[in-house]
Write a protein that binds this ligand. Structure first.
Ligand code: NDP
Length: 292
């Protein structure tokens, strides 16, 4: 593969700036543009070229990386005539987060306009970009991914191509963020409950980390259990889980703490018990949640 020489970054929020910075550090000629001017001052000092318009930025490089808040935001500049025209025959890698459906529609739009399109998702915070700790997911045409892999490698970390379906990276992203936000909702609820019981966040944190550490081995163990449809409740049947959840709801609500999130989870588990799955594990819900 020839060494990539230039790249354009559209979108200079915290993540777009981190991506552009990594490209600069790797020695690529980096052209940048952002809707609101002035976000590129540090990057310019580091050698970035500031384009006057998105179309000018796109015209500067064979590869354009897009990183804005969502696809509606990306469409405000990508789907303008000068930018669409400038992108013809060039490649877009869209790292903006959104739904799998939006990613597939973006790929269809790109194909209709002769634009080569890869979708991507960034699974780690800005501090990891350019380091071995960054994690990137990609989907779309494999040959296009292979062609631009050397430039993407400038961003550091690991890159995984998940297949030709353009929505697949976003599907992984959404599923993984589901874990993150549901866990975060659980943790802030736990902190509210702890506070009501006179326990500070600092006091709880070391033990919370211990609870968090239980999860990764369970993810691996449950993968086989779910894919094989066994939903084993050995060691922790749903009848026991609902009882544990009820204690938390009871204690939190006695302190006047809103427990709607855990109540919903308890309700789902109780429904599974009611359907005769009390001896199964909580993994049974993966099959029941989508069933009316
Ligand atoms: P934001 O998600 O806040 O995105 C900011 C960028 O979006 C800016 O360039 C902003 O432009 C642009 N933008 C917002 N609305 C519009 C609009 N209507 N039209 C044009 N541009 C718009 O910050 P991040 O940079 O952190 O995130 C970018 C993407 O990266 C998001 O999809 C995010 O989910 C993803 N990501 C971020 C991570 C992080 O740690 N920050 C981690 C993993 C993924 P302006 O400056 O003009 O407002």
């Amino acid at each position: 593969m020839p060494k990539p020489s230039s790249v354009t970054v559209l979108g200079l929020g915290p993540m777009g700036r981190a991506l552009a910075g990594a490209f600069l550090d790797a020695g690529l000629r980096t052209t940048v543009w952002n809707r609101t001017p002035g976000r590129d001052l540090d990057l310019k000092e580091r050698g970035a070229i500031s384009a006057a318009s998105a179309a000018d930025a796109v015209a500067a490089s064979p590869l354009t990386v897009v990183c804005v808040v969502n696809y509606d935001a990306a469409d405000t500049f990508l789907r303008t005539e000068p930018v669409t025209d400038a992108l013809k025959g060039r490649t877009v890698v869209n790292f903006s987060s959104d739904s799998p459906d939006r990613a597939r529609r973006a790929a269809d739009w790109a194909a209709e306009h002769g634009i080569r399109y890869l979708d991507g998702a960034i699974m780690t915070p800005i501090t990891t970009i350019g380091t071995p700790h960054a994690v990137f997911l990609h989907s779309g045409p494999e040959d296009l991914y292979a062609e631009h892999r050397p430039a993407l490698d400038a961003l550091g970390g690991t890159h995984t191509h998940l297949g030709a379906d353009s929505g697949r990276a976003a599907a992984y992203d959404i599923a993984l963020l589901d874990i993150f936000w549901t866990a975060t909702a659980g943790y802030v609820h736990a902190l509210a409950l702890a506070r009501a019981e006179g326990i500070t966040a600092r006091e709880l944190a070391p033990f919370a980390q211990g609870i968090g550490a239980i999860l990764p081995p369970l993810f691996a163990e449950w993968a086989d259990d779910i894919d094989e449809g066994t939903y084993s409740g050995e060691g922790n049947p749903l009848t026991s889980s609902v009882s544990s959840m009820a204690h938390i709801v009871h204690t939190a609500e006695a302190h006047g703490i809103d427990s709607a999130v855990l109540r919903a989870a308890e309700g789902q588990a109780r429904r599974a018990v009611g359907l005769g799955h009390g001896t199964d594990g909580i993994t049974r819900l993966t099959e029941l949640l989508g069933r009316r």
